[in-house]
Design a protein around this ligand. Structure first.
Ligand code: ADP
Ligand code: MG
Length: 695
């Protein structure tokens, strides 16, 4: 039996490994870089590179790679061997500081959204010493940033690191204005990862799953999730073996994989790590996703990370638990026990409320993808309308502050108005509403709109920037106010913010139709599709926000908008083409054969004077939708051959023209499937996928 404490993080170039392989002075400088955000002294690069190489070779590595997160949303790597020629038939293993610090992959095919044209395609990777290098499959992985020759960010990580500087600065400023002596903040994130596991053989027979990650056809299985018997159910042996291997791999890589359970839909699971600093949480979530996919193959399974692989059962999300702490104060979103903690907590809470209300569009658009559109707003995931859930107790306290009234707490202690007498908020009273997109859950906010496949860098970049902006707003107010007691001054600001922004607070059922109506009356945004959401990237107020905090230049924002819009259009078009291919090559020929066999039976029966009413009825039920499919398929083919000029037009075209036709075709095909013999149906159906995978 291996003991986890002994091998945890053994494949990471951790502080312990650094201490062992680096001279003491250099080790201390590295700690300063990693823990205190100091800049890396150039002269130590060679020493660090050499130590990293020695450590990696001791771990069996032969190659190294700069590991980065381009705007495709996944990770990228290009492996180089450590070897260097050292005379005839001789090599030495070598790795220099300059190779560690900067890489120059000829990565011209990554999307840049026009930031660089292919003839000047140089993209650079730059070592991020604040994240840990690790060894996987004989390769040293070095976390890096990816940028163009002019420094423009071509990746997801660079803006995230910029946003950490921004929120650190703004949060320290606010806390100092409130009288705290603080020097450093830490944004913490715990991303809960949902996924499906299905049988590899079944998967291979479905072109739609292989090519698009989701099923484009499939009538409902005989049983869905209505019995809620999968949720938290006991885990099958096969899956347990898979999870054990995943855990071991992740623990070796220093990932705090902690909680795993069955989710609501058949074949659906969740893996949640213990939270960590967002930079690390981001890299580790990427490691977690790739590990889930790789390990599944060892068990004859496939891990689906798509947000909505199956119609009619829940899709997969990724809850982004977000909080911020400061040195000496701990978690700033912990309401705490003393009145002093309360006012600090409420001030930061007010900044968050204001930020979420003012930048609803950004929170919606940072989770917008073709796949997530099938999930958001369906009866399973938070709606496409952004709102905040605070729980009854906290809502009542805020209401009392806003109205300058007395607050009566649950054990009916009457309290004088004012935050200085705020009671301790019990953790349990806050986590009941699962329908809210942005919920306070005791000591953190849980942003629930993210789809399971999403890279968490962008949502966290946005959260950090928005809250930095609002913390600055409160600091501006405080710095320009005359006051004797800072707590009272904060209380006044909180009251003003609540009066202006309380429309964003909602505790009811986010899935209900009434809420959509009410949200509209409150003036909240409902951006239904990715095509509706993404163009807000370059709204004037958003450009100003990101520019002010040095997160994205206008050019970088424009690039992201067009890359993501194009991705949406391409994904949709590929789905359209896959649909037609499967219909023409597999489904229709099978249906024709079944029709023929039915027609033969009908003819035979009639010739001997029998009726064939059931056969006729089934044939009719098939033929009716089949006739309609013919027309819609032609329309889809015609639409797919059309071109539009701009990225916005392409995306709009997909949302307004392509997707509705595809939905109709799917409905008709699913109708046919219900009436066609299993023997004739050419691809595994939902019953095969969702119920036989686990046997
Ligand atoms: P639930 O499934 O009820 O949402 P879990 O306990 O499964 O709750 O997940 C909660 C996630 O929130 C975990 O990843 C946990 O580590 C994380 N979390 C807890 N405290 C914080 C914090 N201060 N900052 C960020 N994330 C946190
Ligand atoms: Mg959760």
């Amino acid at each position: 039996m291996k003991i986890v404490d002994e091998y945890f993080a053994c494949d990471v170039f951790s502080l312990a490994a650094m201490q062992k392989y680096l001279p003491n002075v250099v080790y201390k400088q590295m700690v300063d870089v990693m823990e205190n955000g100091k800049e890396l002294p150039k002269e130590i690069a060679d020493t660090v590179a050499n130590a990293m190489k020695d450590w990696a070779i001791d771990k069996g590595a032969t190659h190294y790679t700069h590991w980065f997160q381009p705007m495709t949303g996944s990770t990228a790597e290009k492996h180089d061997a450590f070897i260097n020629p050292a005379g005839p038939n001789r090599v030495i293993s070598d790795f220099r500081g300059k190779e560690l610090i900067k890489g120059e992959p000829d990565a011209s095919s990554f999307p840049s959204g026009g930031i660089r044209s292919t003839f000047e395609a140089r993209g650079y990777t730059a070592w991020d010493p604040t994240s840990f290098a690790f060894v996987r499959e004989k390769t040293l992985y070095i976390p890096t940033l990816f940028c163009a020759y002019n420094g423009a960010a071509l990746d997801k990580k660079t803006p995230l690191l910029r946003s950490l500087d921004a929120i650190n600065k703004s949060c320290l400023r606010l806390l100092r204005n409130m009288g705290y002596d603080v020097h450093k903040t830490d944004v913490t994130v715990g991303p809960e990862q949902e996924y499906f596991l299905i049988d590899e053989n079944v998967y291979k027979e479905r072109l739609d799953l292989v090519v698009t990650g989701r099923t484009l056809f499939g009538s409902n299985p005989v049983k869905g999730q209505e019995l809620d018997d999968h949720y938290f159910g006991s885990i099958e042996k096969k899956v347990k073996a898979f999870m054990d291997e995943v855990d071991e791999e992740l623990w070796k890589l220093g990932v705090y994989a902690k909680t795993e359970h069955k989710e609501v839909a058949p074949c659906q699971f969740e893996l949640a790590p213990v939270f960590s600093s967002v930079n690390l949480a981001n890299d580790q979530n990427q490691i977690m996703m790739s590990t889930l996919q790789r390990v599944a193959k060892n068990h004859g399974l496939v891990c689906l990370l798509h947000e909505k692989p199956f119609d009619g059962v829940n899709g997969s999300g990724k809850h982004d638990n977000w909080s911020i702490s400061a040195d000496g104060l701990g978690n700033l979103l912990d309401p705490g026990k003393s009145p002093k903690d309360n006012i600090r907590f409420l001030t930061i809470l007010a900044a968050i409320i204001k930020g979420v209300d003012e930048y609803q569009d950004l929170l919606r658009l940072c989770v917008a993808t073709a796949g997530n559109d099938y999930r958001l707003g369906a009866d399973e995931a938070p709606p496409a309308i952004v709102s905040i859930y605070l729980g009854d107790e906290l809502s009542a306290i805020l209401e009392a502050i806003e109205k300058k009234e007395e607050y009566e707490d649950t054990i009916t202690r009457k309290l004088k108005l004012g935050v200085s007498s705020l009671p301790q908020i019990s953790k349990d009273s806050t986590d009941r509403n699962r329908t809210s997109p942005f919920a306070f859950t005791g000591n953190k906010f849980e942003f629930r709109m993210l789809g399971s496949a999403l890279n968490i860098a962008c949502p966290n970049t946005f959260l950090n920037t928005i809250f930095a902006e609002e913390m600055d707003y409160i600091s501006d107010q405080l710095e320009n106010m005359e006051y004797e007691d800072v707590d009272e001054a904060c209380e006044k600001i909180i009251r003003r913010i609540l009066r202006q922004h309380k429309r964003i607070l909602f505790s009811g059922n986010g899935y209900s139709e009434e809420w959509r109506q009410e949200a509209k009356e409150r003036g909240l945004l409902e951006l239904q599709t990715t095509a509706d959401a993404l163009p807000h990237y370059t709204d004037e107020k958003n450009v100003a926000l990101f520019k002010k905090h040095h997160i994205y230049t206008f050019e970088e924002l424009q690039a992201r908008e067009s890359i993501l819009l194009d991705n949406y259009s391409q994904v949709t078009r590929i789905e359209g083409k896959t649909m037609i291919h499967m219909l023409r090559k597999q489904i229709l020929p099978a249906v024709f054969k079944y029709e023929e066999s039915l027609a033969n039976i009908i003819r035979t029966k009639r010739s001997v004077g029998l009726t064939a009413s059931i056969e006729e009825k089934i044939l009719f039920n098939i033929n009716n939708p089949l006739e309609q499919i013919g027309q819609h398929m032609e329309t889809l083919e015609e639409l797919l051959s059309k071109t539009q000029s701009s990225s916005v037009e392409k995306a709009r075209f997909c949302a307004d023209e392509l997707i509705p036709v595809m939905k109709t075709i799917r409905q008709l095909t699913d109708e046919i499937e219900k009436n066609v013999s299993k023997e004739f149906w050419p691809i595994p159906d939902y019953n095969d996928i969702l119920f036989k995978s686990m046997i």
